[in-house]
Design a protein around this ligand. Structure first.
Ligand code: FPP
Length: 252
């Protein structure tokens, strides 16, 4: 699949940024508990941090921002919390879609849609449809997303092509599988940020993370802001990226 055209990074050239930043937005519950508030309040404040982050990413000239909004494993939370997270997504799309569209943001969605309520599926499709022609920041919403499940889906697509005689067994390569992932036209993340001090990927973008730089920040997600994002990017820029070779390429 051809790679998507991305907007030129860092419009003013003053602060070079990675093309693709992915974020594991963790710590809403702990943020709330630390204040004696219900977890729902942590998620609500998490949406506010998300709005500010999307704005900052657009202003900074980041090409793609992927956000882990609901994992395949989040269904195991208490039903009331699952309902709350679904409600937040509904409200986020209903309230923010027009604004995102006005700001030239293109919304993409990765994850398994079949298990979602029909109205949520429709909202996600509507967001993708409305913003399809926008050529600013691409926001990839990972919703009901798990990386192992995504890789299994890609393997099913490969197997279907082999069974249909469209693909030879010997043509199964990493590239062939990668090209069947949910958003195969987008570049792999250069930088993956996880908030709340936890240091793991938790089934997020396992295939695409092969050469991503990982930055873990102590802040809980509701406290994440432009300064935290800039700090993570500064840390990324200090890293040497060698992609398995010997010659270092600079961060962004
Ligand atoms: C992790 O906090 C966060 C999530 C499970 C979901 C992230 C969701 C949002 C930022 C708001 C929803 C946004 C949309 C668009 C649906 P946690 O609950 O795991 O926190 P904890 O580890 O401290 O308990």
């Amino acid at each position: 699949m051809p790679k998507a055209e991305l907007p030129a990074s860092a419009a003013d050239g003053a602060f070079e940024v990675p093309r693709h930043v992915a974020i594991i937005m963790d710590g809403n519950g702990r943020w709330a508990a630390a204040r004696g508030l219900p977890r729902t309040e942590g998620h609500r404040r998490g949406v506010e941090a998300l709005r500010a982050t999307v704005r900052a990413a657009g202003e900074m000239g980041i090409g793609v921002l992927t956000i882990f909004s609901f994992s395949s494993e989040n269904w195991s939370r208490p039903p009331a919390e699952v309902r709350d997270l679904m409600g937040l997504l509904r409200r986020f799309i209903r309230h923010d879609l027009a604004d995102l569209h006005r700001n030239n943001v293109r919304v993409r969605v990765i994850g398994e849609r079949d298990d979602l309520a029909p109205d949520i599926r429709r909202l996600l499709e509507e967001a993708e449809e409305l913003t399809r022609a926008n050529d600013g920041l691409i926001v990839v919403v990972a919703f009901n997303y798990g990386a192992r499940q995504e890789i299994a889906r890609a393997a099913q697509r490969l197997a279907a092509d082999v069974a249909a005689g469209k693909l030879a067994l010997e043509a199964i390569t990493a590239e062939a599988l990668g090209s069947r992932l949910d958003a195969a036209d987008l570049p792999d993340p250069d930088l993956i940020i996880r908030t709340s001090g936890e240091q793991r990927l938790s089934n997020f973008l396992l295939w695409q993370a092969a050469y991503s730089e990982l930055v873990f920040v102590p802040a809980y997600w509701p406290d994440f802001d432009r300064a935290t994002l800039e700090g993570a990017i500064e840390e990324y820029r200090r890293r040497e990226r060698r992609f398995g070779g010997l010659v270092a390429r600079t961060g962004s």
